[in-house]
Design a protein around this ligand. Structure first.
Ligand code: C5P
Length: 409
């Protein structure tokens, strides 16, 4: 699965205990540690004896920048209570990879080594990332143990499905480091959109002129993808309709790729009545040629300059806003000037409650953005921020404006 990479600062101030148990997936934890520290988390690695057979504590110390602990009797902890001290200020313990044996120990409350004792003595959330052969995962005892862990409020991330180190194919392999990272970030995000269905468009559209040429625009899709990721982390089911962009699908997001405005319209209208929120971030082409040439248009002596006639594309945002019981609709507007005039005019014309305006030439392709919220009550400027951080702010702003789902109109 494609995923996004770590964003600097998004785990700033978080302290994680990263518990490693014995399994070949230990090699993935080197990369996971790098992603977590890049995002600003402090990572305290604790390894079982078996884990040290797969990757050395020296490697994990170098990557985490902290001493690694493997034994309950480690004299480096001043009060000799490593099993309590190491997780004292932790925001979570993440056990990755979590072996069959370790899941069984956790399910039954065993505390016979440093990591299992830390888990039993913890005062913080526990996340486990299982990694094992498909038969071990499918074993009824393992499934019973996992069900018990879930009932005990322990979060299970994965496992994934696919080729395994043993050569077999099936369920049980550990999530890739990027996916594990994304799941950890999502775990900490406030669940302001829990259970909501969010439909979102992103990127440009491509309107063909002939089989090789077309009209498109400079939208990179970054803002829409950042919003899709933030909404997923906030607990929403996200359906992302993307124009042609070179971006990885955010973890946990359902993505549908389209090329033209008409295809984007069709994809959106199929889902719109089922959505709680629609965000139109895509830079949709306003026009398409009324006749796409079947063959490449040639430059000939008589026809050096082709002429095209255009027809208007449907306005996706206005169409969604016009359906019976529409989702909460949010538009985006990239303007090259006079944002205040155009932003509010566009919001009123498209009949949407919220329009987010940005200065197009200053945002296209960049990693940061500065926007103004336009709504009936007035305008609210937000400070310039990285697109991912801004996306989290915008998702919180949108969530605040949603009708309470318990109120049936
Ligand atoms: O009119 P303009 O293109 O500036 O409006 C921008 C907003 O309208 C964006 O939210 C964009 O996704 C949406 N839009 C649309 N369908 C179109 C044109 C724009 O949904 N055909």
């Amino acid at each position: 699965m494609n995923t996004s990479a770590a964003n600097p600062g998004e785990l700033a101030g978080r302290h994680l205990v990263l518990g490693m148990t014995g399994g070949i997936a230990c090699y993935k934890i080197a990369e996971l540690t790098r992603l977590l520290t890049k995002a600003g988390a402090t990572v305290q690695v604790v390894m079982t004896e078996a884990a040290t057979q797969f990757i050395t504590p020296v490697t994990m110390q170098a990557l985490s920048g902290r001493p690694v602990y493997t034994s309950q009797w480690d004299g480096r902890v001043p009060n000799n209570m490593a099993h309590i001290d190491l997780s004292r200020d932790a925001d979570a313990i993440v056990v990755a990879p979590a072996s069959t044996d370790f899941l069984a120990k956790l399910a039954h409350g065993f505390a016979d080594d440093l990591l299992s004792t830390l888990c039993v003595a913890r005062d913080c959330p526990l996340l486990v990332v299982p990694a094992m052969n498909r038969q071990m995962w499918g074993n009824p005892a393992t499934q019973r143990n996992v069900a018990q862990l879930r009932a005990d409020g322990i979060e299970t991330l994965g496992p994934d499905s696919g080729p395994q180190a043993c050569g077999e194919i099936g369920d049980g392999r550990m999530l890739e480091p990027e996916a594990t990272y994304e799941a950890i970030v999502a775990f900490f995000a406030p669940k302001v959109l829990a259970g909501r269905k969010l439909l979102i468009t992103a990127g440009p559209t491509f309107e063909p002129l002939d089989p090789v040429r077309g009209i498109t625009n400079r939208s990179s899709g970054k803002m829409g993808f950042a919003l899709a990721r933030a909404a997923q982390q906030a607990g929403a089911h996200v359906h992302l309709v993307a124009g042609p962009v070179a971006l990885a699908t955010p973890w946990g997001v359902w993505r549908e790729d389209v090329q033209t405005a008409q295809q984007m319209y069709d994809a959106v209208m199929r889902e719109a009545s089922d959505a709680d929120v629609f965000i139109g971030v895509a830079a949709v082409a306003d026009w398409r040629v009324d006749h796409v040439a079947e063959h490449k248009i040639k430059k000939t002596a008589e026809h050096r300059m082709p002429t095209f006639s255009f027809v208007e594309n449907p306005d996706i945002l206005a169409s969604v806003a016009a359906i019976a019981n529409p989702p909460y609709c949010v538009g985006f507007a990239a303007e090259s000037g006079d944002l205040d005039v155009h932003g509010e005019e566009k919001r009123a014309r498209k009949k949407v409650p919220l329009l987010i305006g940005n200065l197009g030439p200053l945002t296209f392709g960049r990693d940061d953005n500065e926007v103004v919220l336009f709504e009936a009550g007035g305008r609210t400027p937000l400070p310039r921020a990285a697109k991912q951080a801004l996306a989290q702010t915008l998702i919180a702003e949108i969530a605040r404006r949603l009708p309470d789902p318990s109120i049936i109109s």
